[in-house]
Structures are given as C-alpha cells and as structure tokens.
Design a protein. Structure first.
Lengths: 275, 259, 341
C-alpha cells in the first residue's frame, strides 16, 4: 500500500520546497555575496575582513569564549550529571526537570537576570562593597567575563542532559569493577568514565560550542558594543555600517561552523546505532 | 563517602546558578522603587501592572502570539504529510528531504532574517509580517517533522491497511485511524514549536519595522533606554507562561515522551 | 473450471526490483478452505496481500467471482483480512472496531447495531463490547479482528498466520472457531502459514510454496502421503529423503543399490522415520544419538547412506549410543518423488 513513489513525493515536497525557497535560497544568495564582488569571484572580501584587527579580535574572542564555555561546562557537567544519575528515581526526575526548566524560558529573560546581578548596583557589587573589598562599584557588565557567565548559564543544561544520557548508558558495574582493581577516583574518571561517556561529551560539547558561537542575545545584552561577538558584529555591520559583504563573510563562517558541528553529531549518532 | 556531602553541595550550587537568577528577577520585578535593584526596595506589584499598560508591549506580545500560533500551525500543515511520507514510504531522496527540512536548526537564525530582508522585503516590498511568518514557519518545521515522525514510527502501519480493506479510502484511513493515534505527538510538536517561536530572537532581529516587532525584540529595545523593573516583570511573566505551558503539557500529555 | 471462485493467472509480484512470486497459477473454489504453506520468503504472504489489493501485480490477473479485480483498489474488493498482529484500531472500542467497515458503507442505526452485536456475539465476546483492544488478551483481539472482517460478509477471508502466535490450547480453540465460521457462513477462506500441522489440520486443500512458486497442490492426505518433491517431503516430515540416479539411491559419495527395483518415474525416494526398520536389513549404521519422546523413541544413525532418522515404539528394546546395528529402508514403505528439486 505504500509503494507509490509519486504519492510519497507529493506529500513530502511542499515542506521541502518551502524550506528550500524560504531558507536555503536566500541564504545561498547571501553567501554568494561574500564571494562575488563587482562581477567576479574572489576571496578579497575574506582577506579584507581579516585584515582589520577589530574583526580578527571578534573572531578570536568568539572562538575563545566558545572553547572556555565548553570546557567549563564539561567539568561542571560531569560533576552535576554524576550527582544526578546517582539520585533515587524520584529525585532524579525532579532534578532533570529543574535542569531542563531554564531551556524553556526566553533567553532574554535568562540573560536579563545577570544585569541585575552584575550591574553597578547589583548583588555582586553590593556584596563586594559591603565586604569592603572595593570602594567603588566594579565594572562587571560589558566584559568578556559577563558574556562567559551568561553563555555558561544558557548552555550548561544541554551539557548536563547530554552527559546524564551518556552516564546512564554506561555499564553499571564498570566503576565498582575499577575501584575493586585499585583505581582511585581520578583514575576512575580518566580511564573508565571518560572513555565510556566520550560520545555524550562530544554531543554536549558540540551543542554548547555551536550555541556559544552563534549566540546573539547574551553577547548583545551582557557584552554590548564593547565585547562584540560574531553575531553582534554581524548585526552591527548591517544596521550601522550597511556592509553586507562583511555580513556575508561572517554569515559564511557561522554556517560552516554550525554545519561542521552537525555533521560531527550525525556521524556519532550513526556510529552509535551501528553498534 | 564524600559524595554524601559533595553531591548535595554540587547540586545545590548548580540549582542556584541555573535557577537563582530567575528568582532574582521575580524579586526585582516586585520592587516598589523606581530603578532596577536587588534586593528590591519594598514590595509592590506596580511594575507588573505597568507592563500591561505599555502599548508597544501589548502590540508586540500579540505579534509574537500570532507568529507562534500561526507559524506552528503552518509548520504542522507542511510537516505532517512530510513526516508521513518519510515514515511510511520508501522515498527516493528521503535523506535529502530530511536534511533540507532540518536546515533551519542548523543555519543560525540571524542569517535567515537578514537574507529574507535583503532579497524579499527590500527589493520586492514584501510585507515584513509575512516574511516573519515564513521565517517562523521554517524555524518550527524541523521540530514538527521530527516529533510527528517519531509518533508515526511508533504506530503500526497495518491498521491503515486494515481500514482500507474495510472500505476506507487512503485519506479517510489517515484521518480516521492515524490521526487519532498520533494526536499526542502532534500536540507535543505544537507546544514545542510554540515555545521555540515565541522565544526566538535572531530570526526576528532584522525583520522588524514600525508596528512589526516580536516581544523579545521589543524588550531588547526597551532595555537599551530604560532601566526600570518593567523588563524584569515582563521577563518573569513570560517565564511563568513558558513554565506553565510545559508543566501542563507534561501533566496532561506526558510531554517528555515525545521529545 | 466452472466452479472456480478465485483465480490467479500467471501472477508475478515484485517489491521494487526483487521478484517475490513468479507466474503463479491458482484456482480456488467457492467455500474452500485453502492453506498457503511454506517457509518464510516463499511468497505466500505476498500472494495473500496481492489478493487483498495491498500489492499491485507486476503482471498477471486476479479474477474473483467472475470479475477481474487486478486493478481494483483494496477498499473496493470486499476481501477480508485478519492480520497477524490483528491490527485492531487502538483508539476504538471493540464495538466501534467491528462497526468500522459497516459505518463506511453507510449502515447506521438499528441495522448497524443488530449486525455489530451479532458479530461480536458470534465470536463469544458479547460482554467485551465496550472495551478497548489494549484491555484484551491476544486470543480475544484475534476474535475481534475476525468479527470485524466477517460482519462485512467478504467474498474471500484471508488470514495471515492465524495460529502462530497462540499457545497450544488457544490454538485448538481458534482452529475450532475458524472451522465453525467456515461451516456456518460458507465463506471462501485462505490462510497463510509456515506450520504444516496447522495446514494439515484445517485445510481442504494445501498449496505448498517455495521461492515464489508452487511446489505442490493437494488435499492434506495427498500432501502428507504423496509428496512430489524432496522439499515437500522434507516439509511434511519425511526425514530420510534421497535422490535417485539410474535406479540407485544417490548418497553424498556413492550410488547404493536397493533390494528391489524402484518405480519407473521416481526421481527420488523418501522414508518417514517410522518406516525405518531397525535390527535387520542390508545396511549397517552406528547410533549417534537417541531421545525418548513419550510413546516413541527416536534414533539418529550414522550410516554409509548419510544420517538416517528412525523412530520405534518406546516399548521396543533400546539401542545405546555407539552401538552398531543393521537397518533397512523397505521399498514398499517409501514415498516415490516425481522430482527431486
């Protein structure tokens, strides 16, 4: 009954065509603007882009923050995931729910909270001044640290959930077996947990890294124009400088990074299913 | 063992880090003072009420709602047949179609908004709201296809064959026998799509204009000029809305099963 | 034949490029209970699905009650199908499941209620009408599936492995149920199975299939006692099957003369384990294995003819593993095969 290929195509094509026309086509045209200047195909837009030190700074900063957020979320993620996985079923369910909760809240709201916390009259400054550590309020907002914290809070749940899944799929007796053979906790982590949860780590890491690279709201609110990241730079290039070529260059880089991450994730998923 | 102290400590700190800010916003929004501060200077609901009186918030809220509901419905109208085709048939080029439909998850939203602005809105005078609508539909489409596919894969296809043999047409079989059994998946896809669209910022960044603004964009604009607790109040309200929807979904639907 | 009800002519069925059934010819009379018997992959289920209209033939013709239904869509053929998984609609009650097809025909009100209630009652599930499939046992679900098809008064009722999923006791009950339905309604029934015992017990005629074609068609007695090929012989329990070359038994390394001349047209010979004579005879064998099966004892012998399976009454003196003994394959007890392959 499901042999008719024409039927199948008729059902699937509207969605595919819609996505292709609304999404794919405009994006492809935009990207071509970065390669096609004044009628000829050239990489001059790219060389031009990177010749400006501001752009290089933004590019490197975005990468650096991405890596930092990923690394820190991995460390915290493992600790948190391990603690959660060992909870009794009810508590575990509740914790997972609580960790997932922030993902449902608008990023604007989640980022905004940090203004209250890190602002001149925010909690942190109040505490610092109250404890006498400084006479005047510290500038905590519009710094890389602020963006880092914001991104970390935004993406940490993704890492934790990914690691929970990986830890649950680990053979239950692997850790006690290693302990009985004499391993201390550090060795248990390095030689048993890490190799066995490697895939979950890569999945979580890819989600966090790509998310950080392509974040807009957090860098916009917590970094402003002092701490530009790739997407806020893109916005600026379009709305202020009207430089669509630069925008195309940035867009291309963002897409390449996102695609690379997704291909990696897909490879891992199929490798896991083949086992 | 040390984990008896360490574990609750780690989890406690984690929760404070992840959810603490949310409570701070709630507290800040209840401030009686004129500026954004924590701890709040006195308690009052005036900022919460103020939010409802700001015209641009009301308008952009309506816009966001419209896009979320309309976009998700459109995504389902496109996505359900596609999911059906992918799940039931041996489709030539199935992988390609899946990839194309999943693109919106992979391509950063800001790029799409920009591209639509530049090639559709500006040159052709294409209506911005319509462009926004298309963009949001495309954004939700991958989720619609994925969640509905999962539901379809869990439903045996022989009940459709049974229905046909009892005299039903193919489309009749779909509506009488398939839809009632994937209702949960469709609802879950709708909720997921709604929340995704409502909270979306990058796609809507460039597709804004006079009278055309989604709520998050409006909030961002407001934040740049005014420092009163209204944004905190609005954020808190929106957060409650999202949490409420998901909570109800989980309670009456077992939402987490579908995603 | 003038009383042919369902006719398959040179039917070829394929999935994409893979041919499942090739040039199949089959005639079924009205009111017959026919079994399509064979191992998985032989094409029996594919043939059944094409009769139902769920698969379009690559070539060939299907005629039902005088009309060519080859290109008629599945929802217009009035053919009933009880699926192996029963395929009940999980969101509908038993009543609504059974009423489904009738409603589609436009039947409603008292007429509908009378028919549905009668149908449910006839399979003994009157008190289950308001339940949903999820609340029923496997056997009960199957009976609902049967009622659902039967209330439509189909021209042909197809059943896919109707007894395979049932335990021994339910199997007997379901067998009786199917026979009752057939007797009461006279409906033409075709069922698909890989189990020869099912086929032998239920069918008026058995169609043995292999590799997309028919090996043999016959009554259960014919199939059981007079298999035409080595495959059919093996399928119905002749465990000692040999090809014949120049009137001699062909074993893996030699040709063995038999005590009497073999039938002219025979290309092979087959013996049931019961027919093997142990203790005397022209051949020698060593007992490799033995098992006690209640009223009989089975023996596996290593012999120059290859492995031989024998069966004797449990009361007979037993032979130990490793002992050698003489045995015979009496020609009179052999089933002659008209072809080997």
């Amino acid at each position: 009954m499901f042999q008719n290929r024409t039927e199948a195509l008729a059902l699937a094509l509207p969605a595919a065509l819609f996505a292709a026309l609304v999404f794919l086509l405009p994006v492809v045209i935009l990207l071509s603007e970065g390669f096609h200047i004044d009628g000829s195909w050239t990489l001059s837009a790219y060389t031009g882009f990177f010749s400006q030190s501001l752009n290089r700074t933004v590019f490197l900063r975005t990468f650096k923050l991405g890596l930092e957020v990923t690394a820190v979320s991995a460390v915290i993620g493992y600790a948190a995931a391990f603690a959660i996985v060992n909870l009794p079923p009810k508590g575990k369910g509740r914790m997972i729910g609580l960790v997932t909760l922030p993902l449902m809240i608008s990023p604007v709201a989640r980022t905004y909270a940090w203004i209250v916390i890190l602002g001149r009259t925010g909690i942190v400054n109040q505490a610092i001044q109250g404890l006498g550590l400084s006479d005047s309020p510290l500038r905590l907002l519009f710094t890389e640290t602020a963006v880092f914290i914001g991104l970390l809070q935004l993406f940490l749940p993704l890492m934790i959930l990914s690691l929970i899944s990986a830890l649950e799929n680990m053979p239950k007796d692997a850790i006690p077996a290693a302990r009985v053979l004499g391993a201390n906790w550090f060795q248990v982590f390095w030689k048993v947990i890490l190799p066995l949860t490697r895939e979950g780590l890569v999945v979580g890491g890819t989600l966090v890294f790509t998310g950080s690279l392509t974040a807009y709201i957090t860098p916009a609110v917590l970094g402003g124009s002092k701490v530009l990241m790739l997407e806020t730079l893109l916005y600026q290039q379009v709305s202020v400088a009207n430089d669509f070529v630069a925008a195309s260059v940035i867009a291309f880089m963002l897409i390449v990074m996102s695609f690379a991450a997704n291909i990696l994730l897909k490879r891992l998923a199929t490798a896991r299913n083949k086992r | 063992m040390t984990s008896r102290i360490l574990s609750p400590l780690v989890l406690g700190l984690l929760l404070i880090f992840l959810i603490g800010p949310f409570f701070i916003i709630i507290a800040a929004s209840l401030s009686a003072g004129d500026t954004l501060a924590f701890p709040p200077q006195g308690l009052s609901l005036r900022w919460v009420f103020k939010v409802f009186t700001i015209d641009s918030f009301r308008d952009s809220f309506a816009m966001s709602m419209l896009l979320a509901v309309g976009g998700t419905l459109a995504a389902l109208v496109l996505g359900i047949p596609a999911a059906y085709a992918l799940s039931r048939y041996k489709l030539p080029g199935a992988e390609t179609i899946r990839t194309i439909v999943s693109l919106p998850i992979i391509v950063p939203g800001i790029i799409v908004g920009l591209a639509l602005l530049r090639y559709l809105v500006v040159p052709f005078g294409f209506n911005i709201t319509l462009a926004l609508f298309f963009a949001h539909t495309a954004l939700v489409l991958p989720y619609a296809v994925r969640v509905v596919s999962a539901s379809l894969n869990n439903l045996r296809s022989d009940i459709e064959e049974a229905a046909v043999l009892l005299g039903s047409s193919r489309s009749g079989a779909f509506f009488r026998v398939v839809m009632p059994n994937i209702r949960g998946g469709i609802l879950a896809a709708f909720i997921l799509g709604f929340v995704t669209s409502f909270n979306q910022v990058p796609v809507s960044l460039f597709l804004s204009g006079p009278g055309v603004r989604t709520l998050p964009i409006d909030m961002l604009g407001y934040m740049e000029t005014t420092y009163d607790p209204s944004i905190a109040a609005l954020s808190a309200l929106l957060a409650f809305l999202s949490i409420g929807i998901v909570f109800l979904a989980e309670r009456f639907l077992g939402f987490s099963r579908y995603v | 034949m003038s009383d042919t009800y369902l006719q398959l002519d040179k039917l070829t069925l394929a999935y994409g490029d893979t041919v499942a059934v090739k040039d199949l010819d089959l005639s079924i009379k009205k009111g017959e209970l026919v079994a399509l018997l064979g191992p998985s992959g032989c094409g029996k289920t594919t043939t059944m699905r094409s009769i139902a209209g769920l698969l379009n033939p690559a070539s060939g013709r299907i005629t039902l009650d005088g009309a060519d239904i080859t290109r008629v869509s599945a929802n217009k053929r009035n053919v009933g199908l009880v699926f192996q998984s029963y395929a009940l609609f999980p969101h509908l009650t038993v009543y609504e499941n059974v009423a489904f097809g009738l409603r589609l025909k436009g039947i409603s009100g008292q007429d509908l209620d009378a028919r549905v209630t009668a149908g449910i009652k006839s399979v003994g599930l009157a008190s289950f009408a308001a339940r949903k499939p999820g609340e029923l046992s496997g056997g009960q679900q199957q009976r609902v599936a049967l009622a659902r098809s039967m209330v439509m008064e189909p021209k042909v009722l197809l059943l896919d492995e109707p007894l395979s999923n049932l335990d021994a006791r339910l199997r007997l009950e379901m067998r009786a149920e199917l026979q009752r339905v057939q007797k009461e309604t006279g409906v033409t029934m075709i069922f698909v199975t890989h189990d020869q015992i099912e086929a032998l017990a239920l069918a008026d005629r058995i169609v043995v299939m292999l590799d997309g074609g028919i090996e043999q068609i016959g009554t259960p007695e014919e199939i059981y006692n007079k298999p035409v090929s080595a495959f059919v012989a093996d399928f119905v329990g002749f465990e000692n099957v040999f090809a014949l070359e120049n009137g001699k038994l062909a074993t893996s390394n030699s040709l063995v003369e038999l005590s009497a001349p073999v039938p002219q047209a025979a290309k092979g010979l087959a013996w049931r384990p019961r027919m093997v004579i142990l203790g005397s005879g022209p051949f020698q064998g060593t007992v490799r294995g033995t098992s006690f099966a209640g009223n009989v004892r089975e023996y596996l012998l290593d012999t120059p003819l290859g492995p031989i399976k024998a069966e004797v009454d449990a009361g007979e003196p037993s032979h130990t593993i490793g002992s050698t003994l003489a045995f015979d394959l009496p020609l009179g007890a052999a089933a002659p095969l008209s072809r080997y392959r």
